[in-house]
Design a protein. Structure first.
Lengths: 305, 280, 336
């Protein structure tokens, strides 16, 4: 750089706005929340209680039942995304990237539409479609002779969570599709042509050449899905309300946090336990991200083209 | 012949079949809502999949919605919040990304990691303290509160993506600018920013969608009538009119159509932005 | 005016020393080429002269004035980059005129200067195009034009031909040489290609690992190298190095260029004749390169004029031209 000897004020000027806003609005409150989880009210006074809030959250049945229920539901929510969303995303991207496919732009545009819709729209649209009163879903099943399979899925404890997870998959499948599509396009034509010359074509070409090259993208998508899922709230809140019914069958950490912190109906809001839940979520997400960074990413090879 | 060697018509047909099938799944719910929002109550239930005809066409739902909620206000609120946040995210994010990618200075790597932390840790976990902060500074129920939060929320990803792209900008080009007498600020605004426009589009998409669609922070930080965003406004409205199907469908239709129109106008840029990293 | 003087110039990145004390003087109007293998520090040295890298210690001076702490734009230099570094959003004319505009030169003067440079480089018809609409050779000429327009004291070239194809490279090389004659300006040119160095330079600076190995006119370096590195680097194909001991000589290494070896057929063992077997033959039409494997010295290259008939595996013998041999000591230094 030009004037190393002088203080390079321009670096500070370039960095300052981002660092200030980010620190003040994101980092400080995050640590404020972590800190708040170490306190509780004792006869109206805030007192330091150490890790006792966490003991309550994990051990006291009044709290722990709800917490473990939400955590388990959240894990299932994530599993469905990994098993359904990402494979569909990869499949669609692979089809879209096949050379000389006509109308690829149309498919891309159309399949991405659900992703731009808000949770409010998505939640209510599916609530209406799946509603037994309106009868679109039973009507369509009837048309293919499967009416017996219909159930009010969102109202049944055993189906509600899976149904919502699939709705969420429907909404977000565009993101893995696009990222994988971009990764597939970045594979140089020469590599693909070399594979053609070597007789590696069709599905074999996908499995043996393309998939290994897009694994890093799939890894990133997985960790983004993880963070997004363990931070989800909106879809459940919109369709099932803060009580995440039926009978908490769709309660995940986000709705649990909301209910605890702000209170709902008869329950009174509790900022300290809310902060404790947020801290627990922070820990879970951090664990997941670290697992990805140290156990998975170090084993994924990135290739330079 | 090349085409027969590499492309069998059967496989291409199967590809179209699958893609078309999924496209139907993706569009069907949108289709159902928009179509039924223009029908009268009886027709909605009688044949949900039929297009509105002369006798079933009815705008009663839209009339109810427009008479009830202040949707124009909500829409303007959403626009203000999204555009302002986007502006700050892109400007501040690009500036920080330039500093991190262009200059060697002590703490560079650490600063990069610090800013990247926010990609993995969702800002929502700090909600408790953010609310206290906004209460303390008197910003509750202002759009400023939302803009601040969304700016902070969008910055980490913006810095990350933009600094990757800025590393790709020819070092020779920046040096040529220095030799031609451009200041560091002009190098950034005149040479680097125009070159990373595709990356800016990518960041804009990834920043804009969650801001426009967010329910959490409007619900907590700015739930007042004057500051409601369209997302929160339609959520509240639908909650109140849950049995008035015409009104619910019309509200959904109203919420879908603007986004859909915007998306269709910008979709080419949006998709080019997302795939920009690949299609150089 | 543009004499450049470097005095004990060094450069370190953290603990790594990239330039380890360089002294050099380039006269006004001289064409000086920095040459060396990749990683030798030649580009870093050029960027330090340009002001794009700061100088860790030592002085850089132009016409006797120290310019160490001057911003690049204030040094009255112009630089042509390997990747051309044209501003993609500006037309050819604006690319060439930006520096003048930045310096506050009035518009008519800028137009005059860009027109003159455009005419000089046969870019007249392309002045309103953008870089994306130009071919590689045209972009290269715009980059050179951008330098000319500034009428700098020093022209700096950073491997400007390495992105061009072979035919264009030769053509542009000739254009740059012509430009130097026409402008009479001081030029510093960095390359790893010794052919470019030999054909363009008034003065060649051979660099290795951050040190100057030798400075001199092209033919001086060719005919009178100071050490095995310079001897091996200048001249193509490379000089042959033989073990002096095996020839009954007192030095450590004996160097002889491929064109100064003579070759004949047969396996006879005469004094002064080095026997070997042909391992490969390259026929280039105008000349023939014969690679001979020897017991004592490994693979030696012989360069013969015209088309010659030698077959692979044939037994041959070589003779040295005794007036053309160089002797080196164990450290590779020339023994004179």
């Amino acid at each position: 750089m030009a004037q190393r000897k002088q203080i390079r004020w321009h670096i500070a000027v370039f960095l300052a706005p981002a660092v200030l806003v980010y620190t003040a609005i994101m980092i400080v409150p995050l640590f404020g929340t972590l800190n708040l989880s170490l306190f509780n009210l004792d006869q109206g006074n805030r007192v330091f209680v150490g890790l006792r809030n966490f003991a309550t959250l994990f051990g006291d049945p009044r709290w722990s039942d709800a917490f473990w229920n939400a955590l388990g539901n959240n894990a299932w929510f994530f599993v469905i995304h990994m098993l359904v969303q990402n494979p569909i995303g990869v499949l669609l991207a692979a089809l879209l990237s096949s050379p000389r496919l006509r109308g690829a732009a149309f498919y891309r545009t159309a399949i991405f539409i659900p992703t731009i819709l808000s949770f409010v729209i998505v939640g209510f649209v599916w609530k209406l479609i799946l509603s037994p009163i309106w009868g679109i879903a039973p009507g369509m099943l009837d048309a293919v002779g499967l009416k017996a399979l219909f159930a009010p899925w969102l109202g049944k404890e055993e189906y509600a969570l899976t149904t919502l997870a699939l709705v969420s998959v429907w909404q977000f499948v565009g993101i893995p599709m696009m990222l994988i599509y971009a990764a597939l396009l970045s594979i140089p034509d020469e590599v693909i042509e070399a594979a053609e010359m070597d007789g590696v074509t069709g599905w074999a070409q996908f499995w043996k050449i393309k998939l290994p090259l897009i694994l890093p993208s799939i890894g990133i998508i997985s960790v983004l899905t993880f963070v997004g899922n363990f931070n989800a709230f909106d879809l459940i809140y919109v369709t099932q309300g803060a009580l995440a019914g039926p009978n908490f069958a769709t309660d995940i950490l986000g709705t649990f946090l909301y209910r605890t912190f702000f209170g709902f109906q008869l329950q009174i809001g509790d900022p300290h336990m809310g902060a404790t839940i947020a801290t627990a979520m922070f820990g879970i997400i951090l664990l997941g991200v670290c697992f990805y960074l140290f156990a998975i990413q170090t084993r994924l090879r990135r290739y330079q083209f | 012949m090349m085409s027969t060697a590499r492309h069998s018509p059967l496989r291409s047909l199967a590809a179209h079949g699958i893609l078309l099938g999924y496209t139907l799944i993706a569009l069907f719910p949108v289709f159902v809502i928009v179509v039924n929002s223009f029908k009268n109550r009886r027709a909605i239930f009688a044949d949900p999949l039929a297009l509105p005809s002369a006798e079933t066409f009815d705008l009663v739902g839209y009339k109810t919605v427009l008479a009830q909620g202040d949707f124009l206000q909500y829409f303007l609120n959403s626009m203000t919040v999204t555009v302002a946040s986007l502006f700050f995210v892109l400007l501040f994010g690009a500036m920080a990304a330039f500093a991190l990618s262009e200059y060697r200075f002590r703490g560079n790597l650490l600063m990069g990691l610090y800013l990247a932390l926010g990609i993995m840790i969702p800002i929502r976990l700090g909600t408790v303290a953010i609310l206290q902060l906004m209460v303390a500074s008197g910003l509750v129920n202002t759009l400023t509160a939302l803009i601040l939060v969304y700016t902070a929320q969008g910055l980490p990803l913006a810095v990350f993506i933009l600094s990757e792209f800025m590393r790709g900008v020819s070092a020779d080009l920046k040096d040529a600018g220095r030799i031609d007498g451009l200041s560091e600020y002009r190098i950034f605004f005149r040479l680097v920013l125009p070159l990373v426009r595709p990356a800016m589009a990518t960041v804009a998409v990834f920043t804009m969608i969650p801001i426009w669609n967010d329910l959490w922070f409007p619900l907590i930080l700015a739930p007042s009538e004057a500051t409601k965003t369209i997302t929160l406004g339609s959520q509240v409205f639908i909650g109140q009119f849950v049995t008035n199907w015409n009104a619910v469908l019309a509200a959904l239709g109203l919420a879908i159509v603007p986004v859909l129109v915007l998306y269709l106008i910008f979709s080419r840029q949006l998709i080019r932005g997302i795939t920009a990293g690949a299609v150089k | 005016m543009g004499a450049l003087t470097l005095t004990q110039v060094t450069k370190s990145f953290g603990r790594t020393d990239v330039i380890k004390g360089v002294d050099l003087h380039v006269d006004d109007g001289e064409f000086c080429v920095f040459v060396g293998p990749s990683g030798c520090g030649k580009s870093t040295l050029l960027r330090m002269i340009a002001g794009l890298e700061d100088v860790t210690s030592g002085d850089v001076a132009v016409d006797g004035t120290r310019i160490n702490d001057l911003a690049p734009a204030k040094r009255e230099i112009a630089m042509v980059f390997q990747s051309y570094a044209l501003y993609p959003h500006l037309t050819v004319r604006d690319n060439m005129g930006l520096a003048l505009k930045q310096a506050g030169v009035p518009k008519p003067q800028i137009a005059q200067a860009t027109d003159r440079a455009g005419a000089m480089l046969a870019l007249d018809a392309l002045m309103e195009r953008r870089p994306a609409e130009l071919s590689g050779g045209q972009r290269q000429r715009v980059a050179i034009g951008r330098a000319i327009v500034r009428t700098p004291k020093l022209f700096l070239f950073d491997e400007p031909l390495s992105n061009l194809d072979a035919a264009l490279r030769v053509q542009t090389r000739i254009e740059i040489a012509k430009l130097h004659r026409d402008l009479g300006a001081t030029m510093i040119y960095v390359t790893h290609d010794q052919v470019e160095a030999m054909t363009l330079a008034d003065k060649i600076v051979v660099l290795r690992a951050g040190r100057v190995e030798q400075v001199g006119r092209p033919m001086d370096l060719y005919n009178d190298p100071d050490n095995t590195f310079v001897a091996g680097f200048i001249g193509s194909p490379q000089m042959n190095f033989l073990k002096s001991g095996k020839l009954g000589l007192s030095s450590e290494t004996l160097g002889i260029r491929p064109e100064h070896l003579s070759l004949d057929h047969g396996a006879s063992m005469e004094p002064g004749r080095i026997p070997g077997r042909v391992s490969h033959v390259e026929k280039l039409g105008g000349e023939t390169l014969v690679y001979v494997h020897t017991e004592d010295h490994g693979l030696l290259t012989v360069r013969l004029f015209g088309e010659q008939d030698y077959a692979v595996d044939e037994a041959v013998g070589m003779r040295l031209d005794p007036t053309r041999v160089f002797h080196f000591d164990a450290e590779g230094k020339r023994l004179r």
